[in-house]
Design a protein around this ligand. Structure first.
Ligand code: MN
Length: 386
């Protein structure tokens, strides 16, 4: 029997101010077709369904239409929310979804039993557990609920909370009898393949929590590049279905298909839009210059362009964007005003004369009283920060 694993749909994601509706629809259509062709019975969706906490109407429309199709072609769909999702919102229609065979594990605080399901398909028992993304508030609530008093809990980091939660999942999974066991989660594993910034590092989870796990497959979401994390443990990031930013330009996008009979996993690529960067070295002085430059390249179909431009006034950013968009449909614009780039390099808050900036902002440097008052406030604030 075949199980699909997709992740990080980011429905409603934008390039500049435009939602990528058309591309998303095309890719989801391709996924639906592949699910049908491959006769996939169960589909796992591991979070970041929407790009935004408040999904737009068009992304909601895409979501419900996708769910309707999945309900018709699969036996079961399992969903967990990711860090981009409003989990309460994702869970609010769960009763209706459940009637159609779509199960949403939406909140850690519903308890482990409600986050575990065994489904019987073609005489095979499949155990599915879903760990929804846990934000700070949910973590606090979880600790309070399980331990009663937060002051008695010694939790020094995020990874420890996950350790406790995952070990509860693991012991439940061990107790239950099933032919195939799956855990779904949306989290950032500390893996050598991913470089962390100090900020994101706080939210990493140590890979060791999955040591000696009872699962045949661990379906993860969060990292946008498809990734098999560990050769021994069957941990997979399905990656996103679109190239969400230019850092993902070279990524392959798609989803995994798991065959429970042969215990094999295969990556199916989808044809999302390509990304290309175009940089103009010379400073653009007027619209005619820009028009000429734009004509040099052929605008390809199903391609998202990023333009890097340096320009001079009186040309404005909206004018440039409008001109480029007349030829290239999906565009990200990085336009810098000439001269700004060098100023920014030497930029330091320490060296700013804030009073002079204020004077030029007021354009009336002779208004001494106001300037003096402003100076006083600046001095006070500076002293306070020491
Ligand atoms: Mn994501």
């Amino acid at each position: 029997m075949k199980i699909g694993h997709i992740s990080d749909l980011h429905l409603g994601c934008k390039i500049e101010k435009d939602e990528r509706t058309e591309e998303t629809k095309e890719v989801l259509e391709e996924i639906v077709k592949k699910i049908e062709d491959e006769n996939i019975k169960i589909l796992l969706i591991t979070g970041d369904i929407f790009d935004s906490y408040n999904p737009s109407n068009s992304s909601l429309d895409i979501f419900y239409s996708f769910m309707k199709k999945l309900a018709n072609i699969t036996e079961k769909v399992y969903i967990i929310p990711g860090n981009h999702d409003n989990s309460n919102f994702i869970g609010v229609n769960r009763h209706f979804f459940e009637e159609k065979g779509i199960k949403i594990f939406y909140d850690i605080n519903t308890g482990f039993d409600n986050l575990t399901e065994i489904v019987n398909i073609n005489g095979k028992k499949i155990l599915i557990q879903g760990l929804p993304y846990i934000n700070d508030v949910k973590i606090l609530y979880y600790i309070l609920k399980s331990k009663g008093d937060i002051s008695t809990v010694n939790i020094s980091n995020y990874s420890q909370v996950y350790q406790s939660i995952i070990s509860s999942f693991k012991s439940i999974a061990r107790e239950k009898e099933a032919d195939y066991k799956i855990l779904m989660a949306h989290l950032l594993l500390e893996v050598p393949e991913i470089k962390f910034t100090s900020e994101s590092y706080i939210f990493t989870v140590n890979k060791d929590i999955f040591k000696d796990n009872p699962y045949n497959y661990i379906a993860l979401g969060h990292i946008h590049k498809p990734l098999k994390v560990d050769k021994l443990d069957n941990i997979y990031y399905a990656g996103s279905i679109l190239r969400l930013n230019f850092g993902e330009k070279e990524d392959k996008k798609g989803f995994y298909i798991i065959d429970t009979d042969t215990n094999s996993v295969e990556f199916k690529e989808v044809s999302c839009y390509k990304m290309e960067e175009i940089e103009y070295k010379e400073v653009i002085k007027n619209l005619d210059d820009l028009k000429e430059l734009i004509e040099i390249n052929q605008a390809k179909d199903r391609t998202i362009y990023k333009f890097k431009i340096v320009y001079e006034p009186p040309l404005t950013y909206p004018e440039i964007l409008k001109e480029i968009k007349s030829k290239y449909r999906i565009v990200k614009l990085e336009a810098t005003l000439k001269g700004i780039e060098t100023t920014l390099k030497d930029f330091s808050y320490e060296n700013i004369d804030i009073v002079n900036i204020y004077k030029s902002y007021r354009k009336k440097s002779d208004d001494d009283e106001i300037i003096e008052t402003f100076k006083k406030i600046v001095t006070e604030v500076k002293n306070e920060n020491r």
